[in-house]
Ligand binder design. Structure first.
Ligand code: PMP
Length: 407
């Protein structure tokens, strides 16, 4: 991106004009959620002003327009992930619901007592707890891919985790704490050589990686719209047709049925089998607008700029006294976790908030990872393409001020 394009990109986000504690907002909490550009805000508002109606069941004009817009959004996601069919895209509330949907289905129809699943030490709670809840009786045994000190997967240890009881590998595309981008192609190749399917948690990877699900050959891929400039409350589950066909419905209700009787109900085709009740139509339209906005600037260009920003932040933080970066994998998403020793991350985050800087502190929903590192949490700065190099400088200055205040 040229500096002019970057500025234009930034100016598309109205919230970045606001002040916090009488200081210009410096928003570095993009791994938690990204801000929304004007194009997304407008798409959602226009939908409610001009088209609002319920989908799939109406013969009237507005209902048909809303249905077309909703199904067009599905096609946009299909193109974005390069899935074979649009019906392999299921709209959900987000990554969490998508993983719960798959884990529930596995629990009902596949997992037996004593079965195993493989996930990694750096998984978010939403890729651990749904698997613990799955299964009729005892939850499946979770076998954990360990990591090297720099935050990369230990691939040799991964290969040794497979047994005849392994039913699925569920791994993240990028760690929301360490930033590590995981070697998905290799992970998937190895799992498939054991006849085991793979679910990818794309919550962090979706913005930081170009994802082609057919090239990856993953069996499931989940992401949340709000992590890539779309509204909250809309997300995606991609599943290979035959995998989705094999799973039972997650929730019952309208739209997911073909025929209901008190003694027997038959279910609708994909993807509607998994979309019970009135969907978030405005959210899907907002997601489409967000993906089109990304395409306008070129997803590769945005990723490249974010990488430069992340490298700059890492280098600046490393020059500071007693700042320890947590996670040094060679390939990273736009996330920098660190400790300002000897201070607690919450104290640091609270102080720099008063300087207008929004970072996240704590365990970031990755308690097993924190336990393995022996730390209570980190300070996490995470970037989007609207952030600037000056904002990184301001972050570093604010940390110096915070250190003086903390003594
Ligand atoms: N996985 C990862 C790696 C995440 O970072 C997050 C969000 N912090 C989630 C899953 C859950 O996403 P959501 O809350 O949008 O469902």
């Amino acid at each position: 991106m040229t500096p002019e394009q970057q500025q234009q990109f930034r100016e598309s986000f109205p919230i970045l004009q606001r002040q916090v504690h009488d200081k210009p907002l410096i928003y570095l909490d993009n791994a938690a959620t990204t801000q929304k550009p004007e194009a997304v805000l407008r798409a959602v508002e226009d939908y409610y002003r001009e088209t609002n109606s319920n989908v799939h069941r109406g013969v009237h004009h507005l209902s048909q327009l809303a249905t077309e817009a909703y199904e067009q959004a599905r096609k946009t996601v299909q193109q974005f992930l390069n899935t074979r069919h649009p019906h392999e895209i299921v709209f959900t509330r987000g990554t969490t619901e998508a993983i719960n949907l798959v884990a529930h289905g596995f629990g009902k129809s596949i997992l037996q007592e004593g079965d195993e699943i493989i996930c990694s030490i750096m998984e978010h709670h939403s890729n651990i707890v749904p698997w613990q809840l799955a299964g009729a009786g005892q939850s499946p045994n979770i076998r954990v891919i360990p990591m090297h000190e720099n935050g990369e997967f230990d691939m040799e240890a991964y290969e040794r985790l497979f047994s005849g009881k392994t039913k699925i590998v569920a791994v993240t595309q990028a760690s929301n704490v360490l930033g590590t981008i995981t070697p998905l192609k290799e992970i998937i190749r190895i799992a498939h050589s054991h006849g085991v399917p793979v679910l990818v948690d794309g919550a962090q990877g979706v913005k930081s990686c170009i994802t082609d699900v057919q090239e990856l050959d993953c069996d499931f891929y989940c992401f949340s719209g709000h992590k890539i400039y779309a509204p909250m409350g809309i997300g995606v589950l991609y599943g290979k047709e035959k995998m989705l066909e094999a799973l039972p419905p997650y929730q019952g209700g309208g739209d997911m049925i073909r025929h209901v009787g008190f003694d027997r109900t038959t279910f609708n085709d994909l993807p509607f089998k998994f979309e019970a009740g009135t969907p978030n139509v405005a959210g899907a339209i907002g997601l489409q607008a967000a993906l089109e906005f990304v395409r306008l600037y070129g997803h590769e260009n945005l990723i490249k700029y974010e990488s430069e920003l992340t490298a700059y932040a890492t280098q600046k933080l490393m020059q500071e006294d007693r700042i320890r970066i947590i996670g040094n994998a060679p390939e990273k998403a736009a996330v920098v976790s660190f400790l300002m020793e000897p201070h607690h991350p919450t104290d640091v985050g609270t102080l720099i908030d008063f300087m207008g800087i929004a970072v996240r502190t704590g365990h970031h929903c990755c308690q097993p990872l924190m336990d393995s590192l022996g730390i209570p949490g980190t300070v996490r700065a995470s970037f989007a393409a609207y952030n600037t190099f000056e904002e990184v400088d301001r972050l570093v200055e604010s940390l110096r001020t915070a250190r003086k205040m903390l003594g």
